[in-house]
Write a protein that binds this ligand. Structure first.
Ligand code: GTP
Ligand code: MG
Length: 241
């Protein structure tokens, strides 16, 4: 099965090389880095690594265009190049590559596999009580308003079946940043696609700075109300069904 890992990057120069090496030590898999012109030169490090591996790909964008559009660009790439499965993964080691085989095992009978911090066996390492409270609270808030039977609706370690993504009109996705994770889960759920959660232990980022802020968090929480009242059926491409 042809599988691609999408890793969006913004100032991940310290993490990207060790992360790719660690993934490669576990599984020989294609990796697509989508870099938004990181001022710290992340893209030039990726170009160095490309000399060593033939299946590392790089899309360089003009500036910080946000997480949602990075993933949508990556999904289109996966559809174009006829991958079977595609991963979302952070560059900062919060998503431990050791779980990749677990996702691959579980996507065989699902359309979306979510790495979940909030199911039995999952968890978070090295987060402050405050950060954990905000994350758990945000989760309960979003899943209650949306009626989502998913324990971790904001997590970003995921694997999608490409043939299912192909049925969705990605252009209609409203999110720019972090609410993208909630929006795509909701679209999958409302259209009856199979969603499975697998437990992961999420770790605090290894190097570099977080791009998460109070403003981004509250924006995502307001967006949830927009999702609540949107017509999810409009995302289905009727012509290919
Ligand atoms: N291409 C691209 N990547 C981004 C952008 N914003 C964040 N990223 C990347 O998306 C991933 C998740 O971002 P983080 O800053 O780790 O956000 P987070 O995981 O919610 O926050 P922390 O837990 O504090 O690290 C990382 O690999 C970032 O480098 C963006 O605008 N464009
Ligand atoms: Mg992170």
């Amino acid at each position: 099965m042809k599988t691609l890992i999408i890793i969006p990057t913004y100032n991940e120069s310290e993490n990207i090389r060790p992360l790719i090496e660690e993934i490669k030590s576990i599984i020989d898999i294609d990796i697509l880095i989508i870099d938004d012109n990181s001022p710290d030169g992340t893209a030039s490090i990726v170009k160095e690594i490309q000399k060593k591996y033939s299946n590392i790909f790089l899309i360089q964008r003009k500036g910080k265009l946000g997480l949602a559009s990075a993933y949508i660009e990556g999904f289109k790439y996966a559809i174009d190049k006829e991958y079977d499965f595609v991963f979302e993964m952070d560059a900062d080691f919060s998503h431990n590559p050791k779980y990749i085989p677990l996702f691959i095992e579980n996507i065989k009978d699902s359309d979306l596999v979510i790495g979940s911090r909030y199911i039995k066996g999952g968890g978070v390492l090295n987060w402050s009580k405050k950060r954990l409270f905000i994350s758990k609270g945000g989760n309960i808030y979003a899943k209650t308003i949306l009626g989502l039977p998913i324990k971790d609706v904001t997590g970003g370690f995921k694997c999608f079946r490409v043939s299912t993504l192909k049925k969705i009109n990605l252009e209609l996705i409203k999110s720019e940043g972090y609410s993208f994770q909630i929006e795509i889960n909701y679209i999958f759920y409302k259209n009856g696609f199979r969603i499975k959660e697998v437990p992961i232990i999420f770790e605090e980022r290894r190097e570099g700075a977080s791009k998460m802020s109070k403003k981004i968090f509250f924006e995502a929480m307001i967006q949830v109300w927009h999702f609540r009242f949107m017509n999810c059926k409009k995302f289905l491409k009727s012509d290919i069904l």
